[in-house]
Design a protein around this ligand. Structure first.
Ligand SMILES: Cc1ncc(COP(=O)(O)O)c(C=O)c1O
Length: 464
């Protein structure tokens, strides 16, 4: 049985009918749906064990602490980190990258360089823009080639500027490109730079081993990998994390406090001020158990098959141009394409790039018309052949249009290249003609039970 057929029953939301048809969800790159195991683990936690962590010596406090810290152990194993101290819980990828940009940003000096790439999500652009702006430093970007991959020769040249940070997506949410982050991290280190990897689109789809990748930092979000919203992970190589001053303060992140100074807590709590997302950590633990039970290799193989089918179907559509690598082994389960003649149609208000006014109501009507035409085109092509199926099966959500040649750096002359201002097609109405083949993942063989492991309930000595 195929993976999607096996797993569909685990996802209660997929039992819904929308417009009288079973829900087909193709928007997992923006946020995945949740299996029953995750929903139930969180409900069970609230029903039986909720209390604050790291401070209460009553039963519930100890149980909550044990669950929260065992989630950290599970994440450590999931991404191959050397120790649990290297796992910092955040609110998500954006939060983790901001945490880093704030902390590293404080150490930047005028003229220092931070290197990103032209295919980054805004989460890996804006925090660095803010960091360099505040310190008089400079932000540079590695260009993207016509094939939708990073220009590694240009990267080598940019390294000559001795950047302090190299920040890069593991898998691009725009093009699906899988970047050679191991090589990039090694070259960054040789050049004396810290490497920061945005793993938002990789952690849910590929086996990730941060120790093997050799990066200094790696950030990802739970909600894209079957877990709840509101929690993410920032991995930091121990020495790299230790060298950072926390940029955010509050309870939990201190050992001792005086009115004029404080002693920071140990890793990883030093970077987790305030009450953490406890129920969300329980949900993330359940999501990882679920993914591991299915097997990340099996998931990746299934997604490669979906991506191959999507690329083949789209290639047959006359008006469609596909961007990014065509080899499913070199890309994640994201397919970016442009439908000729409907440029800019999905651009939404407030997301149109510098100096561009919001769309007026009349423009919205045009947008709708063009989007409907694109949907119709794709409906016919994506169902591949079977006429009956054409009527029955249609992508429930097609991100029609928008990632025009203006937004694909490689389609412009090299001299005009700058980080894309409109390539952020990660949510339903964002610009970018995306059909995401990373449709909901599900299983028939539910992982059972919570692995509590040897949780380390910290002594409740820290003042709050
Ligand atoms: C590559 C990439 N980085 C970062 C993010 C931001 O993730 P979050 O919104 O969970 O913080 C996304 C979200 O789509 C993404 O695709």
């Amino acid at each position: 049985m195929r993976l999607d057929e096996l797993t569909r029953p685990d996802f209660p939301i997929l039992g819904r009918l929308i417009n009288g048809r079973p829900l087909v969800y193709l928007d997992s790159a923006a946020s995945s749906q949740k299996p029953r195991q995750v929903i139930e683990a969180m409900a069970r936690y609230y029903e039986t064990s909720h209390a604050n962590v790291h401070r209460s010596i009553h039963t519930l406090g100890e149980e909550a602490t044990e669950l929260y810290e065992s989630a950290r152990d599970r994440v450590q194993r999931f991404i191959g980190a050397a120790s649990r101290e290297e796992i910092v819980f955040t609110r998500g990828t954006t939060d983790g990258l901001n945490l880093l940009a704030e902390a590293i940003g404080r150490t930047l000096r005028p003229g220092d360089e931070v290197l990103i790439t032209e295919m980054e999500h805004h989460s890996n652009v804006i925090p660095w823009q803010m960091a360099v702006r505040d310190r008089g430093a400079v932000l540079r970007a590695v260009p993207v080639t016509g094939d939708g991959v990073l220009d590694l020769a240009a990267f080598a040249r940019l390294l000559a500027g001795r950047p302090r940070v190299v920040a890069v997506a593991h898998v691009s949410n725009v093009l699906g490109t899988i970047n050679p982050v191991r090589e990039i991290a090694a070259r960054a280190r040789e050049a004396g730079a810290l490497s920061v990897v945005d793993g938002a689109q990789a952690a849910p789809h590929l086996p990730v081993d941060v120790s093997a990748l050799g990066c200094d930092f790696y950030a990802f979000s739970s909600h894209k990998m079957l877990g709840p919203t509101g929690i993410g992970v920032l991995y930091g190589r121990r020495a790299a994390l230790d060298a950072l001053e926390p940029a955010r303060g509050g309870g939990e992140m201190i050992k001792e406090v005086w009115l004029d100074r404080a002693q920071w807590n140990d890793l990883p709590w030093r970077f987790e001020p305030g009450t953490p997302p406890i129920a969300e950590a329980v949900g993330l633990l359940a999501a990882i158990e679920y993914l591991e039970k299915l097997g990340l290799e099996r998931i990746a193989e299934h997604e490669r098959a979906l991506t191959r089918a999507a690329l083949q179907a789209l290639a047959a559509v006359p008006d469609v141009t596909i961007y990014g690598p065509r080899d499913p082994d070199r890309k994640g389960a994201v397919v970016a394409f442009n439908v000729a003649g409907i440029r800019g149609a999905a651009r939404r208000r407030g997301h149109r790039g510098p100096g561009r006014p919001p769309l007026c109501p009349a423009a919205h009507a045009t947008v709708r018309r063009r989007r409907d035409r694109a949907r119709q085109l794709l409906r016919v092509q994506l169902t591949r052949g079977d006429r009956g199926a054409r009527r029955r099966r249609r992508p429930s959500r097609v991100h029609a249009v928008g990632c025009t040649s203006r937004g694909i750096p490689s389609a412009r002359p090299a001299s005009a290249r700058s980080p894309p201002s409109c390539c952020c097609p990660t949510s339903g109405r964002r610009p970018g003609s995306m059909w995401r083949s990373s449709a909901s993942r599900t299983t028939a063989a539910p992982p059972t039970g919570r692995e509590l492991g040897s949780a380390r309930a910290r002594s409740a000595s820290s003042p709050r």
